[in-house]
Ligand binder design. Structure first.
Ligand code: TPP
Ligand code: MG
Length: 1018
């Protein structure tokens, strides 16, 4: 039977243009196959078929304007008529909703029951004096009874029942009107009780020996480097505090990538790098010569100061040393792993993402800023380990408080599974022996400033200041020597406790886990750096300290060897090395190790980009729209389509990308539990567990982290993805520049699109939005290629080349491209072969004005300002008889990079024939001075000034932006056609090529005020 396919509800648009008809008569089409592409003045969207069938007739053609209800095609269809697909909302209520309803119902029943049976306590007379006895307890006997009841429950029915009852009590107290905020904190003791601890299967003796050797070698490499040259620096204290945390992971938990398994991903804390090298040395992956080249990276074979994949691309996977970036990137890594799994692109192998961070590092907003997302998205593949050595660089992290408790509250509140590893096994007996509850009380009371001092000042001090506060506690330790007290260890240094915590974290499902491990900064460094405020920067140990360190960890070196600061590596057939290697073999291989087995993605054919290379005729469109059109076309390329990862920080509608919502869906790990309010519309907000778009909300740092995760998927998941992160250009490099730098280090491959770009192009938004410098900022990143195209064919040429270089040829570069929201017509791509090459190299001759052959000028225009320059060239020709070469400069950054390379070559090869820079190739044999202008600061075009050997004048948008019309803004910043004409005339006069009267006349004609201050002062 015949079915009519009509234009569905397309939102607030009417009379939209058909820009593509994607079917032909007698084509067989399936449901959801695109029929036509419609384009409003802001966005383009494909209309999918709502039934299967054969096309009988087509009722529209390209260029037609259609509205809702317009007949598109008639189909001969076997199947039944179907409306625009409504969401697959199951009749059944989502489980969570059911649970909420059930909980509410239970509450009602409970409330009723309680009402009936409740014996109301005698209300206390308001004026009655309540006597507060010791410690705020008005009725210690009653307290005792309650506690005894709880103990009985714990003993008879276990901790779950006890927890249940406590939860009931809390809920009940709220229902009865108590508004006390009950603490999100648990006491200052380990989360896992000794009875619940999973015992390590490892050989503790041998593991201690191995750990001691790693400790020694890592300290030795820092000390040796600094002996060689104190400039080199390095850290001993961070790894000294974290050695056990890493060792337990390396020996028992972290699985490497191999041909059977994708590998766990470990974000190592930047300052503990020496420890990773020291282990790799024992494993035979790094030589002693390389250890001696720690922090001497200029010659090949040096070891990088911190984890930098750029510098050690076969070793380090994640750059973490700019504090806060590791944590946020790891969260989005865990989320992206789930994204790949949910989209069916990656096998779910239960891989984990571990991130190590310092307790001081948690003060970085990036460290904690995304923990809500991790809980919301149920990232149970994520484990944070916070090394709580209570110190940062200058001193204590929370001298007056307790960082572990603070973090516990924050993470618990966000919905994480929190495991505190505070006390080592030596404390277990004491805690069990203490029946007064005073030990926990004292533990709760002492602040981190005190805990730091306890580990700096010895056992007698701890006896006096910690236990000495209560006679009962003094009594508790009366049988212990000061040495015994000193040996009371911290959880993060106890391999049993750490093993139990890691094991428990591995079992946890439904939430991310954070392990808060209490350690000692500079553990083992003695007087020279254990738990003192200067520990962080300690990079030298004198002979006495080294001997102490050796003895403390029983390193089998003679005094002389210690004095020589020799490394220690047992023979390969020693039990230690065999054990170490066996552990890693069991866990699949070495860590850290970076590799990639990803296949390249074939560059899409030229056809996909064909439409972008044609003239748009009368039709005006912005480059942002061109980009969206191009992405829509790319979604039809079977190689590229599944790999595209559009990333948007809540701006899809600004950029006209809402069409993607319906077409490829928004990723949502729980699918869509509600019918979206706009479900009838073509661009309805469709969330889907297989959704492709990462809609990040207002979160540029998160979006950038997602982009990095996707752009490094080729190495971390062995599948290349093509992330395209689109943002307000002002909130890109300026906002998240450090992440962009880390992305370069990480060899991220993908596109950053600075949309609504240009200081005068995003007209109404003003000072904080008008971007006139993002290209300067992007220029500082060595492997970032940035472009400021004007026309559709320029943009599509650059984009295709990006795909070819990054994803087909697998080059470690990324692209920053600015797109604008100003609508204008786009010309056809010039035929000349040099154009494509020029677009990619940074400039090409757009047009030559050569009518009068008297006076000539070189005009360089970019991005939004190229069109002003075109108009200026026409005025100069028509009104002043001045010829010009008009160049479209797509990238000053690219031009400069090439020029400095050529210049350097020429200077270093004085006897060879000098090479020509591309700038020279373009400009050296041309006539007249150069006038260059862009919508960015003058510094942008000034970049090529030294390479032109000509008079060069830059114009740009230096100064704070402001909101106004584009015309007024361009006049204000002096980059409108009138100013460009006037400045050109003035430049020609200065070069004595024409009389100055023309410039003077133009200043008058265009009402330019020479007295107006420069915009940087306004
Ligand atoms: C963004 C950033 N700011 C500052 C530093 C300098 N810095 C390096 S380590 C450090 C202290 C680290 O303390 P913490 O996070 O507690 O780590 P720990 O060494 O104690 O394990 C500081 C301030 C940095 N690396 N990154
Ligand atoms: Mg610290």
């Amino acid at each position: 039977m015949s079915q009519q396919l009509l234009v569905p509800d397309i939102g607030d648009f009417d009379e939209v243009e058909v820009i593509e008809v994607l079917v032909k008569v007698s084509d067989k089409i399936k449901k959801n196959d695109p029929i036509v592409t419609l384009e409003s003045d802001k966005s383009s969207v494909e209309v999918p078929s709502t039934f299967e069938g054969t096309v009988e007739s087509i009722n529209v053609k390209v260029g037609d304007k259609v509205s809702k209800g317009h007949l598109l095609v008639t189909l001969n269809s076997e199947t039944q008529t179907q409306e625009i697909p409504k969401k697959n909302i199951e009749e059944k209520l989502p489980t969570d909703t059911e649970n909420i309803i059930k909980e509410a119902e239970d509450t009602l029943v409970l409330k009723k029951e309680v009402k009936e049976t409740k014996i109301l306590p005698q209300k206390k007379n308001k004026n009655e004096k309540i006597e507060i006895v010791k410690n705020g307890d008005i009725d210690p006997i009653e307290t005792k009874e309650w506690l005894e009841s709880l103990s009985a429950v714990l003993e008879n029915d276990g901790k779950n029942r006890a927890q249940f009852l406590i939860k009931q009590l809390i809920e009940h107290s709220y229902k009865e009107g108590s508004d006390l905020v009950l603490s999100r904190n648990t006491p200052y003791i380990n989360t896992i009780s000794p009875e619940e601890e999973k015992k390590s299967p490892g050989d503790q003796n041998i593991e201690r020996k191995i750990r001691s050797l790693i400790r020694w070698n890592s300290a030795a490499m820092v000390v040796r480097a600094n002996k060689k040259n104190p400039e080199l620096g390095g850290h001993i204290g961070t790894f000294a505090s974290a050695a056990t945390l890493y060792d337990v992971g390396m020996n028992h938990f972290w699985r490497a990538k191999n041909n059977k398994f994708g590998g766990d991903l470990i974000y190592f804390q930047g300052h503990s790098a020496p420890g990773m090298y020291a282990r790799a040395y024992l494993e035979g992956r790094i030589t002693s010569k390389e250890l001696d080249n720690f922090r001497q990276e200029v010659k090949p074979g040096g070891l990088s100061s911190y984890p930098h994949p750029w510098l050690m691309p076969k070793f380090w996977q994640f750059p973490t040393v700019s504090m806060g970036l590791g944590p946020i990137m790891s969260i989005y890594q865990a989320r992206f792993t789930k994204y790949l799994i949910n989209r069916g692109l990656l096998k779910d192998e239960g891989r984990k993402i571990w991130c190590f961070l310092g307790d001081g590092e948690t003060d970085e907003p990036e460290s904690l800023g995304a923990i809500g997302l991790a809980a919301r998205e149920k990232l149970d593949n994520l484990i944070f380990v916070v090394n709580c050595n209570l110190q940062r660089l200058d001193g204590p992290v929370r001298g007056n408080g307790k960082i572990i408790q603070e973090l516990e509250g924050i993470f618990r509140g966000a919905g994480w599974n929190v495991i505190k590893v505070i006390w080592g096994s030596y404390w277990d007996t004491l805690l069990a022996k203490d029946k007064t509850g005073l030990l926990i009380k004292r533990m709760n009371e002492a602040v981190d400033g005190e805990y730091q001092a306890f580990k700096a000042k010895g056992g007698a001090f701890v006896r006096e200041k910690f236990f000495g506060k209560y006679p009962e506690l003094l009594n508790l330790v009366s049988q212990m020597t000061d040495k015994d007290i000193w040996r009371l260890n911290r959880g993060g240094h106890d391999p049993h406790k750490v093993y139990a915590a890691y094991h428990s974290a591995m079992q946890n499902t439904g939430t991310p886990t954070v392990i808060l491990a209490k350690t000692i900064k500079g553990y083992g460094m003695g007087k020279s750096g254990e738990s003192i405020n200067t520990t962080h920067q300690q990079k030298k140990l004198d002979e006495k300290d080294l001997l102490y360190y050796r003895d403390r960890f029983d390193v089998p070196l003679t005094d002389q060897q210690v004095k020589n600061i020799e490394y220690y590596k047992p023979p390969d057939n020693s039990p230690e090395i065999k054990y170490l290697k066996e552990c890693r073999i069991k866990l699949g291989g070495n860590l850290p190790e970076r590799s990639s087995f990803a296949k390249s993605i074939k560059t899409p054919s030229e056809d996909i980009f064909k439409a972008m290379k044609e003239s748009t005729g009368e039709k005006e469109m912005s480059t942002t729209m061109v980009l969206v059109r191009m992405l829509t076309s790319l979604l039809r390329d079977k190689n590229v389509a599944p790999r595209l990862v559009p990333i948007i920080p809540d701006e899809a509608r600004t950029f006209g990308m809402e069409g993607f919502f319906q077409k490829i869906g928004i990723y949502a790990h729980e699918g869509q539990k509600y019918e979206p309010v706009d479900s009838e519309q073509l661009s309805s907000y469709r969330e889907d567990v297989k959704g492709q778009v990462l809609e990040e909300g207002i979160n540029e740092a998160g979006a950038m982290s997602s982009w990095i995760a996707a752009g490094t998927s080729y190495t971390n998941h062995d599948i290349s993805m093509i992330p395209i992160y689109i943002f307000y250009s002002m909130f890109g490099f300026q906002r998240t520049g450090d992440l962009a730098w880390a992305a370069g280090d990480n060899q991220t491959r993908g596109f950053l699109i600075g949309a609504t770009a240009g200081r005068t192009t995003l007209a109404g938004e003003g000072l904080q939005h008008g971007d006139g410098h993002s290209h300067i900022l992007s220029s500082v990143i060595p492997n970032c290629k940035s472009y400021d195209p004007t026309f559709a064919y320029e943009l599509s040429t650059i984009f295709r080349e990006g795909l070819r270089r990054m994803h087909d040829k697998q080059e470690n570069i990324f692209y920053y491209i600015t797109t604008m929201n100003e609508n204008y017509t786009h010309p056809k791509m010039p035929k000349d072969k040099s154009v494509e090459k020029g677009i990619l190299k940074g400039m090409y001759l757009f047009k030559e004005y050569n009518k009068y052959k008297k006076t000539k000028i070189q005009l360089l225009g970019s991005g939004a300002i190229l069109r002003e320059m075109i108009k200026a060239a026409e005025i100069l020709q028509n009104e002043y008889h001045i010829d010009s070469n008009l160049w479209s400069v797509t990238s000053y950054n690219e031009l400069r990079k090439e020029a400095i390379e050529v210049e350097r070559y020429n200077l270093l090869n004085p006897d060879k024939r000098p090479k020509k820079t591309y700038i020279e190739e373009c400009l050296s044999s041309t006539e007249g001075p150069i006038v260059a202008a862009s919508d960015y600061m003058r510094l942008n075009s000034d970049q090529i000034r030294p390479f032109t050997n000509k008079s060069f004048y830059s114009f740009g948008t230096d100064g704070y932006g402001r909101s106004d019309t584009r015309k007024n803004l361009r006049k204000f910043f002096e980059v409108d056609k009138e100013h460009l004409v006037t400045y050109s005339l003035s430049v020609l006069a200065k070069e004595q090529l024409i009389s100055s009267k023309y410039a003077k006349e133009a200043i008058k004609k265009y009402k330019i005020d020479p007295e107006k201050p420069i915009p940087t002062k306004l």
